[in-house]
Design a protein around this ligand. Structure first.
Ligand code: ATP
Length: 373
C-alpha cells in the first residue's frame, strides 16, 4: 500500500517520545524526531543539552527511560547495539590501540566476513579519500589526534551501515582540514545516501552540512527544520540566538499605541512599526509586556544619517575581516553587531544609525516565543 510505504520511508528512524534520565538528571526530555531515509540531520545545541545521549540511545549504548526507537521498520528499543547496524564515530575516536589503523578500519568488514582482497581495496579507498593512506601500518598512538579521528571516520565509512552517528567528529582537526573534512563527509553521506545524525555545537557546521537541523536545549528539541527555516524563522529566542555568527541582535523593548500607530520603544530609541506589523498585535495582551526586538547583523545598513527604521548607536569597535567588516555599536546599555559585506565601509562618526529592514525584523515574547513574523 503506497501510504504505508510512504510512512515507513518517512520514519526510517523514529525516536518516539524518548526520555532518558540519569538519576534526577533529565538528559533527554520527551524527544520525538522522525528522520527520512538518506536524510542528513544535525543535532545542534550547547554543552550538556543531551546531544550525545540522544546518539547513544540510537546506538543502543543507553536504554530509554521512556519511549521507543524504530529503525527501518523495526522496533530497536531493546535490540543489542551490535545488532542495530549503526556506525558511530565518537568524540574520543574509540580506536583499538593495539591494532594498526589498517586493522582498525578493516575491523567492521572482518566482522562481516568480507573477503580479504575486498577489505584491502575498501580500506585503501577510504583511507586515500581521508588522507591517511600512508599511515595505515601505524597504531593510533603513533599518529596525531586529527589523524586518529580520520581513522575513526574511515572505520565508520568503510561499510554501509543503516545509519551513521557522528559525535563532533571534526572537533580535533585544524581549521583547514576541518573545512575539507566537512565537505568530504557531506559529499560522502549524500552520495552514498546513508542516513546520518551528526552532533555538533558548531552552528556553522550544522548549517553547512545538514538537510535539517534539530536545535536542543536542556534535553528538549526546541525546533527542527531546514537550515533556511532555522535561520529565517527561529521559533524562539534561544534558536535565534544560537544561529548566525554573530547571532541575532536582541534588544529589550515594549509596544506603545499612539492613535493608529504601533510604536516599539527601546532603550534610547523609538520606531514606528505600524506598516510592517500590519496592526497584528493586541495591545490588551502585549501593551505592557516586555518584548525582544531581533534583527540579524547581516540584515541592516549603517550610515551617519537618520531614517524611518533607524536606531541610533555609538561606535564601539570596527573589525575589518577582509570580505566583510564587523562593526559593534552601543545602543543604550546593549551591544549590537552589524556585518557589512563591502570593502568600502561607510564614513564612521561616533554617532551612527542602524537602518533596519522592516521585512527582516523579529519580535519575541518575554517567554521567548516568536510573535513576529
Ligand atoms: P557535550 O556537547 O558537552 O558533549 P551534550 O549535549 O552531548 O554535551 P550529554 O552528554 O548528552 O550532552 O549530557 C546531557 C546531560 O546528561 C548532562 O547534564 C550530563 O551531565 C548528563 N549525563 C550524561 N551522561 C550521564 C551519565 N552517564 N550519568 C549521569 N549524567 C549523565
Amino acid at each position: 500500500v503506497p501510504q504505508e510505504q510512504n510512512k515507513i520511508t518517512k520514519d526510517y528512524l523514529l525516536l518516539d517520545n524518548v526520555t532518558k534520565k540519569f538519576g534526577t538528571t533529565v538528559a533527554v526530555d520527551h524527544l520525538t524526531i522522525s528522520v527520512a531515509k538518506g536524510e542528513f540531520i544535525a543535532l545542534l545545541g550547547p554543552s550538556g543539552c543531551g546531544k550525545t545521549t540522544t546518539l547513544r540511545l540510537i546506538a543502543g549504548l543507553e536504554k530509554p527511560t521512556e519511549g521507543k526507537i524504530f529503525l527501518d521498520g523495526q522496533d530497536i528499543t531493546n535490540v543489542h547495539p551490535r545488532e542495530r547496524d549503526v556506525a558511530m564515530v565518537f568524540q574520543d575516536y574509540a580506536l583499538y590501540p593495539h591494532m594498526t589503523l589498517f586493522e582498525n578500519i578493516a575491523y567492521p568488514l572482518k566482522l562481516r566476513k568480507v573477503p580479504r582482497k575486498t577489505i584491502e581495496e575498501k580500506v585503501l579507498e577510504v583511507a586515500t579519500r581521508l588522507g591517511i593512506k600512508d599511515l595505515l601500518s601505524r597504531r593510533p598512538g603513533q599518529v596525531s589526534g586529527g589523524q586518529q579521528q580520520r581513522a575513526a571516520v574511515a572505520r565508520a565509512l568503510v561499510y554501509r551501515p543503516k545509519i551513521f552517528l557522528f559525535d563532533e567528529p571534526l572537533s580535533n582537526l585544524d581549521a583547514k582540514l576541518r573545512l575539507e573534512a566537512r565537505a568530504f563527509l557531506q559529499h560522502l553521506c549524500k552520495e552514498e545516501k546513508i542516513t546520518t545524525i551528526y552532533v555538533t555545537h558548531d552552528q556553522a557546521e550544522a548549517m553547512a552540512m545538514a538537510d535539517r537541523i534539530g536545535v536542543m536545549d536542556q534535553g528538549k528539541l526546541l525546533q527542527i527544520g531546514t537550515p533556511f527555516e532555522i535561520y529565517h524563522r527561529p521559533n524562539n529566542i534561544f534558536v535565534a540566538g544560537f544561529i548566525g555568527n554573530p547571532p541575532m541582535n536582541l534588544l529589550t523593548c515594549f509596544l506603545k499605541q499612539e492613535k493608529d500607530l504601533t510604536i516599539i520603544v527601546g532603550n534610547e530609541f523609538e520606531l514606528d512599526l505600524t506598516l510592517p506589523l500590519e496592526q497584528k498585535f493586541s495591545f490588551e495582551k502585549l501593551g505592557e509586556k516586555y518584548l525582544m526586538l531581533g534583527f540579524r547583523p547581516e540584515h541592516v545598513k549603517l550610515s551617519s544619517e537618520p531614517g524611518p527604521y533607524a536606531i541610533p548607536g555609538h561606535l564601539y569597535a570596527i573589525q575589518p575581516l577582509g570580505a566583510e567588516t564587523l562593526i559593534t555599536l552601543q545602543v543604550g546599555t546593549s551591544l549590537v553587531s552589524v556585518r557589512l559585506f563591502t570593502d568600502q565601509p561607510p564614513t564612521f562618526s561616533n554617532q551612527m544609525y542602524i537602518h533596519l529592514n522592516p521585512n527582516r525584523i523579529y519580535i519575541f515574547a518575554e517567554t521567548g516565543e516568536r510573535l513576529w513574523p
